[in-house]
Write a protein that binds this ligand. Structure first.
Ligand SMILES: Cc1cc2nc3c(=O)[nH]c(=O)nc-3n(C[C@H](O)[C@H](O)[C@H](O)COP(=O)(O)OP(=O)(O)OC[C@H]3O[C@@H](n4cnc5c(N)ncnc54)[C@H](O)[C@@H]3O)c2cc1C
Length: 519
């Protein structure tokens, strides 16, 4: 497909932008791609280009899910022009079940509770502790509207490539973003920096199994409605949060349901002592070992021992992997509605053979085997990939500070959208500092060159691919807030550039929203 260069932005996206080597060396020669020069690694000078009021091209922001919206809001508040690219038709990311890329299913609800998950400045207008996906989609629509974020986003526009301008991998010349609209028109624009908020739960992780299965095989990413189970013998492989949700759906429709697991899990009830369980002990985190000791005993008292229901005993302590917030699964096991089976050995026609020598026949196998990180439009080297995930300072900044930023690549029990918003605030504060107070941005980069802070909170996470970007929410949020304090508060003033991307309103819709919210 041929891509036209889109002449959308002042600052000269049509003109060939070339950073003068002298400017790069800090001679003071003005670089046409001013902002990018400011965001490159370990660089300070080029003050002429950085002078307040210098027109800058908008930042590109990929994705308008919860993380992308958090990014849009934080950039708006910092007065940083941006343009959003969203492959789907609306905001809300995977919470919009109509987004072709959504991995949501009809029965899905929050698994973290409303008050621990919502954006702090925009409480959810709901009485449910664990609202369903439609209510959440509405919430994100309201959030986008309240802060005027929508008009900065190009919907139905999928980014297909993010490449350094002039092949300059330092990002000093900015980044070229290629995107395809709904009608197939392909455009290329140039940006000083790009924020990647395209989600972490979209690309199915499909393990390979020996043999071939003759029945129907699907990944949970394709699962929408329990009608698919009607009258079938179902095997669900994996008992993560989605696997357990879907197993609970299946028992009401399927002829039989088996759940294949490799290791044991900790099952946390949605309510403890009459309150959403994740609202207990908020703000006063116990040391890891003490929390593990206490919570293991509390769970034993409330949910009993999952080994009784056929699960293996966990070979790790609680919180060293993501806990399963679902005790309905235990109820159904107790009622004999489904059974736990062992690890798969191989497929053999419609028979599945298990590692313990047993076997059973199935019509449908559902792979609840999770997702893998995927940033398909950008070369892995630019994101410092290592094994299963990019290795990024605070899960956000490539160590080279090349002008790419990853937003939402964080997995943690209870980090919520506020945790993602704090990531966005940090990116916005860094970009604002790079624009207004280059010394502060430079000090931030120097700190990132030192040993990185421990984000585990003292928990020893399982060495699994899916845990490679896992953090402890308290340690993570504390660190992000601390680093935010090392950057000046953004001045929220910049010369607007892109008529296609006017600076967003920063009207404080917050108060009105809060007034109408239950305590
Ligand atoms: C069933 C389920 C339950 C969950 N429950 C919780 C919960 O209780 N609490 C919690 O905190 N989290 C939960 N999550 C995790 C969920 O990932 C986050 O809540 C949140 O959706 C992450 O937001 P995001 O914006 O990072 O990603 P997404 O919501 O995935 O949004 C990414 C957006 O980027 C767009 N995009 C992708 N590629 C491109 C491209 N190339 N060009 C342009 N746009 C692109 C997509 O269309 C999408 O709109 C749950 C997830 C699932 C599947």
């Amino acid at each position: 497909m041929l891509c036209a260069t889109r002449p959308a932005y002042r600052g000269g996206s049509r003109r060939r932008r070339r950073v003068d080597p002298a400017a790069r060396a800090g001679s003071g020669t003005r670089a046409p791609f001013a902002y990018a020069v400011r965001t490159r690694a370990g660089v300070g000078p080029d003050d002429a280009a950085n002078a307040p009021g210098t027109p800058v091209n908008p930042i590109a922001l990929i994705g308008a899910g919860p993380s992308g919206l958090a990014g849009a809001r934080a950039l708006s508040r910092a007065g940083i022009p941006f343009i959003g690219f969203e492959a789907g038709p609306d905001v809300g990311g995977l919470w919009n079940i109509d987004n072709p890329r959504s991995t949501m299913y009809e029965s899905a609800h929050l698994i973290s509770s409303r008050t621990t998950t919502e954006f702090a400045e925009f409480p959810m207008d709901s009485t449910a502790d664990y609202p369903g996906h439609r209510e959440l989609h509405r919430y994100f629509r309201e959030y986008a509207d309240a802060y005027g974020l929508r008009e900065h986003i190009r919907f139905d526009t999928r980014v297909t490539a993010v490449e350094p301008v002039d092949g300059d991998a330092t990002g000093a010349s900015g980044w070229r973003v290629t995107a395809v609209d709904a009608d197939g028109t392909c455009t290329t624009t140039e940006h000083p920096a790009v924020i990647l908020a395209n989600g972490t739960l979209a690309e199915p992780n499909v393990p390979s199994f020996r043999g071939e299965f003759a029945g129907e095989l699907m990944h949970t990413s394709a699962y929408k409605s329990p009608k698919v189970f009607e009258g079938k013998r179902v095997l669900i492989i994996g008992a993560g949060n989605s696997g357990c949700d879907i197993a609970v759906d299946a028992v009401h429709h399927a002829a039989s349901v088996d759940l294949s697991v490799r290791r044991g899990y900790y099952f946390v009830p949605r309510y403890l002592f009459g309150r959403p369980s994740d609202t207990l002990n908020q703000g006063r985190p116990l040391p890891a070992r003490l929390k593990q000791f206490v919570d293991t005993r509390v769970l034993r008292a409330f949910t009993g021992d999952p080994v009784r229901f056929g699960f293996p005993k966990p070979d790790y302590r609680i919180y060293e992997s993501h806990p399963i917030v679902n005790t309905l699964i235990l109820n159904h096991l107790g009622q004999g509605d489904l059974r736990v089976v062992g690890d798969i050995d191989r497929f053999d026609g419609s028979t599945v053979r298990f590692a313990d020598g047993s076997a059973a026949d199935y019509d449908l196998v559902v792979l609840a085997t999770g997702y893998r990180l995927d940033y398909p439009f950008v070369e892995r080297a630019h994101l410092n990939w290592s094994q299963a995930a990019p290795e990024l300072y605070l899960n956000v900044f490539p160590p080279s500070f090349n002008g790419l930023f990853v937003l939402g690549m964080v997995e943690a029990s209870g980090i919520g959208w506020q945790g993602r918003y704090e990531q966005a605030e940090l990116i916005a504060a860094y970009l604002a500092a790079a624009r207004d107070v280059p010394d502060a941005a430079s000090r931030f980069r120097v700190a990132a060159a030192k040993p990185w802070p421990d984000l585990t909170g003292g928990y020893r996470y399982l060495g699994l691919d899916r845990m490679s970007y896992y953090v402890n929410k308290d340690a993570y949020r504390r660190t992000v807030k601390r680093l935010l304090r090392t950057l000046p508060a953004p001045a929220a003033s910049v010369t607007p550039v892109a008529s296609a991307a006017p600076t967003a309103s920063v009207a404080p819709a917050t108060d009105a929203r809060k007034a109408g919210t239950r305590a």
